[in-house]
Ligand binder design. Sequence first.
Ligand SMILES: Nc1ncnc2c1ncn2[C@@H]1O[C@H](COP(=O)(O)OP(=O)(O)OP(=O)(O)O)[C@@H](O)[C@H]1O
Length: 262
Amino acid sequence: MNLLEFQNVSFAYGDNIILRDVSLSISRGQVVAIMGGSGSGKTTLLKLIGGQIQAQQGSVWLDGENIGTLNESGLYAMRRKLGMLFQFGALFTDLSVFDNVAFPLRERTKLPESMIRDLVFMKLEAVGLRGAATQMPHELSGGMARRVALARAIALDPTVMLYDEPFTGLDPISLATVGKLIRELNDALGTASIVVTHDVAESLAIVDYIYFLADGVIVAQGTPDEVKASQHPYVQQFINARTDGPLPFHKPAMPYAAQLGL
Ligand SMILES: Nc1ncnc2c1ncn2[C@@H]1O[C@H](COP(=O)(O)OP(=O)(O)OP(=O)(O)O)[C@@H](O)[C@H]1O
């Protein structure tokens, strides 16, 4: 079985259907991008993986377990397999770089401090920041802070990495560095990675496969080469970053004149 699998998943908040019959799969070693306009259901998809919400129909499988059927302690154990790097997953400002990375190890394991020390330095080495161990978060550039957050996210050797907009707010060089790191860490750790992102160029350079979501439905998918060659209108709109196209800029609403009482 694949490391992560969505089987015909539908999810709604009340009457508001967010995901409809979504099926996708990610195997060990793969880096997969999920792209879609604002409100298309990308974060909802990540929350289903984290078990914060449950699908009303279909099932989500992580490493052979059906997430929707887990109880509290099952979920707690399962989440240890997940590494998460979120756009606003800020560092603890009052802790040094070292202590930020050590935090999940101290919280979640009973390892002796000497071993934690070695693990922290290994993770910092992996993101090229062993030399920044004693620095405080406010002394780091945005790109460095993101890399420390990445070291913290991999501290417990996750099976699956989830990235929510990992490139947002970074300058082009930091962006390329973080992209390369996502790929390298995935390959070195033997994980699977899901990257929710708007950054098409950066993603095409590092991912194996892309799913395009629109209004909760996967409207297109493919490898970077297939995507580049695709004439599919959604794919085209994303690649060319056009504001007009099949993805609406406006969320459906009552007619404008009626709203203004005209
Ligand atoms: N807790 C909630 N209760 C009700 N509706 C919600 C809730 N969270 C999200 N939604 C709705 O679900 C839809 C999908 O949201 P989601 O956050 O998954 O989109 P997204 O693709 O991640 O968007 P963005 O790129 O803007 O972050 C939106 O229309 C949003 O208003």
